[in-house]
Ligand binder design. Structure first.
Ligand code: BG6
Length: 470
């Protein structure tokens, strides 16, 4: 017997740009990722999502595999420019139909859809008008969300507005590694504010739509630990908590920014600027649930130097943050390698207890909010032995993290579902196809043929026993 409740949802996740392909098919408009990934030097070896794993054309085969694995829920995102090529206005009915058919196929197999409205692929047309820095993008988002509610709300109960603000705003507007490639914290904060406004507007529209469902927000669950107990490392750690947790969760779970940090940001940069009514809008539209994406713990230390982000995108250990090459903000904090940590080949620390700790921290700060673990997984180059994909490391990783969720449930947390990243091997934004996460392998040398991995059968058993057999 496991601690998982009877109606716990065992699922898996993907995102549109990373699986669909068909980037210019059936009337889809370009997204910022279509544009960005075609610029020289932006992604690993020039990889892009033009074809990805062609889920757009193979979704029925993929849904059949989900059903065979026993999946009870599937988290996927909608490509906004597939529905609204200009971001607003004219509707592309072929795009609407694709997701409608996908939803029907899932329901025929008793798989509950969980929709993410925004997983980073903003219509390029809206970027051309200022993207998230323009308030009008928040209004366009409300229009797009309402279209999704109208067309899919009769069949879909679980919705989230945004995936991981810390990534698309942080990489998009601070480090510059994601589109639109800006490096300016003040612009980041204003863009981030418009995301919160867009979220609140979409939640308000959801509640008036009459849909019998729940709506939430998906964030990175960033568990931190200080490098040492020195006063300056502890202060750096507190600050990292404030920025990566309080700033990003409070507006959607409490309906307000953390007051002290807000005052500091406005004093230094004059942002975020609020339009009349924003405060009320945020207060009135807090989430029904929170989605947590957990991969790794971050170790935090005081920082006295300028530094820039060097990401490990090759899967060769030691190419990420390391001594003398640590990313951070001068005078605030930096991310460092934990001397006691166990790391993946991409230099991500494997720390399952961090998932328990993170869940319990969210509960402590925000009360009895329902939670879904909307992503969790191991990126690796999987070994193939005698034609079988033997991803034992992934099985170990997932097993330990499922144990960590069980611990949190035993400590009273209301966790309602688990969506490993990812259902199938897919495009990693900056790491190409070599960083595999899936239960299903895709052979790029054999016309994208699908193959079940060892973890597929392991997860199938686990689901069949509601988490007991692992
Ligand atoms: C999450 C994203 O940040 O991490 C996914 O929501 C992403 O879209 C996943 O693929 C893993 O990141 P990466 O860089 O290893 O592909």
């Amino acid at each position: 017997m496991s601690a998982f409740p009877k109606d716990f949802l065992w699922g898996a996740a993907t995102a549109a740009y990373q699986v669909e392909g068909a980037h210019d098919v059936d009337g889809k408009g370009p997204s910022i990722w279509d544009t960005f990934s075609h610029l020289p030097g932006t992604t690993y070896q020039g990889t892009n999502g033009d074809v990805a794993v062609d889920h757009y054309h193979r979704f029925r085969e993929d849904v059949a595999l989900m059903a065979e694995m026993g999946m009870q829920s599937y988290r996927f995102s909608i490509s906004w420019p597939r529905l609204l090529p200009q971001g607003r206005g004219t509707i592309n009915e072929a795009g609407v139909k694709f997701y409608s058919d996908l939803i029907d196929a899932l329901l025929e197999h008793n798989i509950e859809p969980m929709i993410t409205l925004y997983h980073w692929d903003l219509p390029q047309a809206l970027q051309d008008e200022g993207g998230w820095e323009a308030r009008s993008t928040a209004e366009a988002f409300e229009e797009y969300a309402s279209l999704c509610y109208q067309r899919y709300g009769d069949r879909v109960k679980l919705w989230s507005t945004f995936n991981e603000t810390v990534c698309f705003i942080g990489f998009g507007y601070i480090t510059g590694g994601h589109p639109p490639g800006v490096k300016n914290p003040a612009r980041a904060l204003q863009a981030c504010h418009h995301v919160f406004v867009a979220h609140a507007k979409a939640v308000a529209a959801f509640r008036t739509s009459g849909i019998d469902g729940k709506i939430g927000f998906v964030n990175v669950l960033q568990t931190h630990t200080p490098l040492s107990q020195s006063a300056e490392d502890l202060a750096a750690y507190q600050l990292a908590e404030g920025i990566f947790t309080h700033w990003l969760y409070d507006p959607v779970l409490k309906g307000e920014y953390p007051a002290e940090l807000l005052a500091q940001a406005q004093a230094v940069w004059g942002v975020p600027q609020f339009a009349p009514g924003d405060e009320q809008l945020l207060r009135d539209n807090i989430c029904d649930f929170i989605g947590l994406n957990y991969y790794k713990r971050e170790t935090i230390a005081a920082n006295h130097h300028e530094s820039h982000l060097t990401m490990n995108t090759s899967g060769e250990k030691g190419k990420g943050h390391q001594q003398g090459n640590e990313f951070g903000f001068k005078g605030l904090f930096k991310f460092v390698r934990n001397p006691n940590g166990v790391y993946t080949d991409w230099d991500w620390e494997i720390y399952p207890q961090g998932l328990t700790e993170g869940i319990m921290n969210i509960k402590a700060r925000y009360g009895d909010i329902p939670m879904y673990i909307t992503e969790n997984g191991l990126g690796a180059k999987d070994p193939i032995i005698d034609g079988e994909v033997v991803d034992d490391d992934r099985i170990d990783y997932l097993r330990q993290h499922i144990g960590a969720i069980e611990d949190a449930i035993n400590q009273g947390a209301d966790v309602r579902g688990y969506y490993p990243w990812s259902f199938i091997d897919l495009l990693s934004w900056l790491n190409g196809f070599q960083k595999q996460y899936g239960f299903v392998y895709v052979d790029h040398n054999k016309g994208l043929a699908r193959q079940r991995k060892k973890s597929f059968f392991w997860y199938q058993k686990l689901i069949g026993s509601n988490g007991a057999e692992r």
